[in-house]
Ligand binder design. Structure first.
Ligand SMILES: [Cu+2]
Length: 134
């Protein structure tokens, strides 16, 4: 290998290392993006909330302080009216009148730690859980 070829190989190797480093940092950069919105998908079935893909009814939901959040609600209960509301934060989706309907509500989590109730307005007594700010 000539010196020139060795230098070229060295430069190419350095460029690859920088690209690999940047790629490995991307998820961290994305996670700390103050403009990023975290979407939480929630479905309602059998008179309970589920985080999409989850099996726990009315689960505790955790958000970060000051985090921008969008809750997307889907109604899977035929003929039942549901919404998702956090009264203390004046956050609510519209009421979904039937199966297959969706709505989303966006908000910014408070800057203080704490927890509040979330609920379905028409069925607040049985469809209720806790949203935590950490
Ligand atoms: Cu309901």
């Amino acid at each position: 290998m000539t010196i020139r070829a060795k230098n070229r190989a060295l430069v190419a190797g350095s460029i690859m290392a920088v690209i690999a480093l940047a790629a490995s940092l991307l998820p961290m950069i994305a996670a700390s993006d103050p403009y990023a919105v975290r979407e939480i998908r929630i479905v309602v079935r059998g008179m309970a909330f589920y985080v999409d893909g989850g099996t726990e009814p009315n689960p505790a939901i955790t958000v970060r302080r000051g985090e921008k959040v969008r809750v997307r609600l889907r109604n899977e209960d035929p003929g039942m009216r549901h919404d998702f509301a956090i009264k203390a934060w004046t956050v609510a989706t519209k009421i979904l009148d039937d199966r297959g309907e969706e709505d989303a509500v966006s908000f910014r989590a408070p800057r203080q730690r704490g927890s509040q109730a979330y609920q379905c307005t028409p069925h607040a007594k049985i469809m209720s859980g806790v949203i935590r700010v950490e």
